[in-house]
Ligand binder design. Structure first.
Ligand code: MN
Ligand code: MN
Length: 460
């Protein structure tokens, strides 16, 4: 008798060894790339090892692009586009995966340093959607770039090594928190209370602001920077520490920034293993998704399209029409995290249509909020094509929506790539505690996402 029911099954079945081994590389990727800049660097390092060459080098030498070529392109050190050129004519379309490598965090303000109550502190402005109260009383690190007083660009990474100092945002002691705890959670810690404590020793011969002046002296002696250096700096405050296995069975990973490295890593590692595909395969790792895909490195900018134009040009086939046909005939996986069913907050989910942690990566037909607003809404024909692809390739998958109807919602880059007319669907890994300083994923879902991306690059 045929099985007429649809039931979610565990993605662990028969694949435990492969899953556990694949997730080790992922933890390194998390630890080495906490920000979009760091993630860009580590992705390029991996790409170069996998035989990818810089598109800008090819452009400067006017070197022809041919089937089988592996090419990468970075934009302002914050976004990466990787290509494996297919054997079919490019205008038949690309197989594109798109994930993002920016994550919610706190950014230092332009004039961050001040002193109050014998402490030196730094002002921040949060980036992306966070529950602000989660950032108090946890160890924090600083990552980014800053220019010295003699105009050298410095890479900042303080708080990750065992013997590094970390930084700290205070929360009010519970003994005095009667008023605070009666507030709605969104106001328990406010944006202007996200102040990073960074010093306490006074500089004795100063008249005022002795602690701040001591910090400035240390910064100048150690790094050659002064207070003016911060005006042009980009320094991100993120949770300090490494990704950790979770559970007696080590089945899960707790880490900062699974959103969206848990999709970026499968997308890019599956591409590295793609040799001579039929259709040209592309992996986009974009910046600024968390604030609406804006700015020159967000996906609403044209760097992907421009890099594709350069590639078609180096194939000797460039025309506006070829570019448009290539984009319109493409298949896109918009790879971003979705929610997993959380047993402790069951009321936020509709169980039949929420992904289960450990039942495979998630195909999400539509995202959005208030009646699918801001969604792409994939076509049935494309959904069916992918369901068959995953079934034929023994890839665990499930469907899932982002919570109950009208509970909230969210968007991804799907609608931006859909603007080219390309078939587009949301695909990614289910996360618990999304956008918290530490998020949780299942290694089985990570691995099925990698298997899904690998099958997708072979889609014809
Ligand atoms: Mn995301
Ligand atoms: Mn997000």
């Amino acid at each position: 008798m045929a099985n007429l029911k649809y039931e979610k099954t565990s993605a662990w079945t028969g694949k435990q060894e492969a899953i556990l081994s694949y997730s080790e590389g992922y933890k390194n990727y998390l630890d080495s790339g906490k920000t979009e800049r760091e993630c860009c660097v580590s992705t390029v390092e991996m790409a170069v090892k996998a035989g990818f060459v810089d598109l800008n080098e090819k452009i400067s030498k006017n070197e022809a692009v041919k089937p089988g070529d592996k090419i990468y392109y970075t934009y302002h050190e914050k976004a990466v586009v990787l290509y494996v050129i297919g054997t079919e004519p490019i205008e038949k379309g690309l197989n594109v995966t798109a994930a993002h490598i920016d994550s919610p965090r706190l950014d230092l303000k332009a004039v961050p340093l001040y002193e109050d109550g014998g402490l030196a502190l730094m002002k921040t402005h949060y980036y992306g959607g966070i529950k602000k109260y989660q950032w108090g009383a946890v160890p924090l690190s600083l990552h980014g770039v800053i220019y010295t007083t003699d105009n050298k660009k410095l890479t900042v990474n303080i708080g990750e090594k065992e013997d590094d100092p970390v930084f700290f945002i205070s929360d009010l002691l519970v003994h005095l928190a009667g008023d605070q705890l009666a507030k709605p959670a969104s106001k328990v810690i406010t944006g202007e209370q996200l102040n990073v404590i960074c010093g306490n020793i006074p500089l004795e011969d100063e008249e005022s602001q002795k602690v701040k002046m001591n910090v400035l002296n240390i910064l100048f002696d150690t790094y050659g920077i002064d207070e003016t250096s911060f005006l042009s700096a980009e320094i991100e405050v993120v949770p300090a520490g490494k990704a950790r296995d979770v559970g007696f069975d080590r089945s899960l990973i707790a880490s900062y920034a699974h959103d969206d490295r848990v999709c970026a890593y499968p997308a890019v590692t599956a591409l590295f293993e793609t040799e001579n595909p039929a259709r040209t395969c592309v992996c986009i790792l974009a910046d600024k998704e968390e604030i609406g895909s804006v700015g020159t490195t967000g996906l609403k900018s044209r760097y992907f399209e421009n890099s594709l134009a350069e590639i078609i040009n180096l194939m000797g086939e460039y025309s506006e029409l070829t570019l448009r046909r290539t984009l319109a005939n493409s298949y896109v996986l918009s790879m971003d995290v979705c929610c997993g069913y959380d047993p402790s907050f069951a009321e936020a989910f509709e169980k039949n249509n929420t992904a289960l942690i450990g039942s495979g990566a998630i195909l999400t037909k539509f995202t959005g909020s208030r009646g699918k607003s801001g969604s792409n809404d994939a076509h049935s024909e494309y959904m069916h094509k992918l369901v068959r692809l995953f079934t034929d390739n023994d890839v665990a998958y499930q469907t899932g929506e982002l919570g109950r109807v009208d509970q909230g919602g969210g968007g991804t880059v799907a609608l931006i790539l859909a603007e080219y007319g390309a078939h587009t669907v949301d695909y990614g890994v289910g996360v618990l505690a999304m956008h918290a300083p530490y998020e949780l994923i299942s290694k089985a879902d990570l691995y099925s996402c990698y298997e899904g991306a690998k099958a997708f690059y072979g889609l014809v």
